[in-house]
Design a protein around this ligand. Structure first.
Ligand SMILES: Nc1nc2c(ncn2[C@@H]2O[C@H](COP(=O)(O)OP(=O)(O)OP(=O)(O)O)[C@@H](O)[C@H]2O)c(=O)[nH]1
Ligand SMILES: [Mg+2]
Length: 354
């Protein structure tokens, strides 16, 4: 299941910097002027999941120790779940009427599953703040709340336009009071997250900032992540060990990007289940409440037609018992039918008919 998240914000607030940090490479053009990005940048980001490494070594050890194995140099590849990020051109007041880059790039926002609003919360006076209007160029200004309100307003105005156009096409002479087509692609229906791009010195206070701004913007705490895109971009060029040291020196332990992806999953009601075998250990993305039958279809549509049962073992049990064989012997592997609701951390072996 694909998950596509669009980075949406005022010009020059650090969207491309954040995008490069997420991708761990310099793919998007970053520059200190508004509208540096015109065409969207698209990149696939693996979802960090520590369980995959543990599963990998469990399965490798199990294979190596099986009587039929003649090799002990087995390497099982890891395939993480992925999220697609799209870095979109800056949006300003009046965009719905064609200001700035106008309507054209709104179509790029239409294609995403979730919107990630990037708001400038850093003060660096050297970075131009493009303001809410093209003539409104200042330095070192930040106002996350009014940025957020303008972004939302522009998308709402674009929605109004979509609704109006739809009504005209459907029934030109009729007035208001018509029933709205529930399939209209409206921005206001998309789930969203907020990234506060903060000052370097504020990374240790990220939780506090998240609480404060969640309240100020009227959103859930799970929907907001404080990030310093500049630091994250620098971190992404360091080795794991160097990253740890750098984060420690800044007074924090985790990279904010992992938190961003986790909160995106939560906002979208997504979760992962795992598969583990000789071929690969892998994380798959599904919606909360998905049945084992539907989950099998995420792996292969054919699986749904030939589904027999799902053998399910909890991740912790599978690792603690050194793999499938022992877990089965200890009764830790359950056979579930089509209607079973898959849980986060389930490791599943689907039994498929011929
Ligand atoms: N001090 C500081 N500067 C940042 C941070 N994030 C981005 N910048 C700087 O802000 C400027 C704009 O960054 P971009 O990533 O190009 O911004 P953008 O939002 O993609 O801009 P457009 O594509 O023009 O809309 C660059 O000079 C970045 O180095 C940050 O966290 N702190
Ligand atoms: Mg950009």
């Amino acid at each position: 299941m694909g998950l596509k998240i669009g980075l949406v914000g005022m010009p020059n607030v650090g969207k491309s910097t954040l995008f490069n940090a997420l991708l761990k490479k310099q793919q998007a053009y970053v520059a200190n002027f508004p509208f540096a990005t015109i065409e969207p940048n698209v990149g696939i980001v693996p979802v960090p999941d520590e369980r995959l490494n543990k599963l990998k070594s469990t399965i490798e050890k199990e294979i190596a120790s099986s009587p039929s194995s003649s090799r002990n140099d087995i390497s099982v590849p890891i395939v993480p779940a992925t999220v697609e990020f799209v870095d979109i051109a800056g949006l300003i007041e009046g965009a719905s009427k064609g200001e700035g880059l106008g309507n054209k790039f709104l179509s790029h926002i239409r294609e995403v599953d979730a919107i990630c609003f990037v708001l400038r919360a850093f003060t660096d006076p050297d970075v131009i703040w493009a303001g809410h209007h093209p003539s409104d160029v200042k330095q070192g200004v930040r106002d996350p709340k009014s940025d957020f309100e303008i972004l939302k307003l522009e998308l709402d105005l674009a929605d109004d336009q979509t609704i109006e156009n739809h009504m005209k096409k459907k029934n030109p002479p009729a007035g208001s009071g018509q029933v709205l087509d529930p399939n209209l692609p409206l921005f206001s229906k998309k789930p969203f997250l907020v990234v506060l791009n903060t000052d370097e010195r504020e990374v240790a206070r990220s939780q506090e900032l998240e609480s404060r701004y969640a309240e100020e913007l009227g959103i859930e705490k799970d929907q907001i992540v404080a990030v310093c895109a500049k630091i994250e971009a620098e971190l992404s060029e360091l080795s794991d060990e160097e990253q740890k040291e750098y984060l420690q020196a800044l007074g924090t332990r985790e990279s904010a990007l992992d938190k961003l992806i986790q909160k995106a999953f939560k906002t979208l009601d997504l979760m992962t289940f795992l598969t583990a075998g000789e071929k690969e250990v892998r994380a798959w993305t599904i919606r909360l409440g998905t049945t084992s039958l539907m989950a099998s279809g995420v792996i292969h549509t054919d699986f749904m037609k030939k589904f027999i049962k799902a053998d399910v073992c909890n991740f912790d049990d599978l690792v603690a018992n050194g793999g499938w064989k022992q877990s089965r012997e200890l009764g830790k592997v359950r056979s579930e039918g089509k209607e079973y609701i898959v849980q986060d951390g389930d490791v599943i072996e689907f039994k498929i008919g011929a």
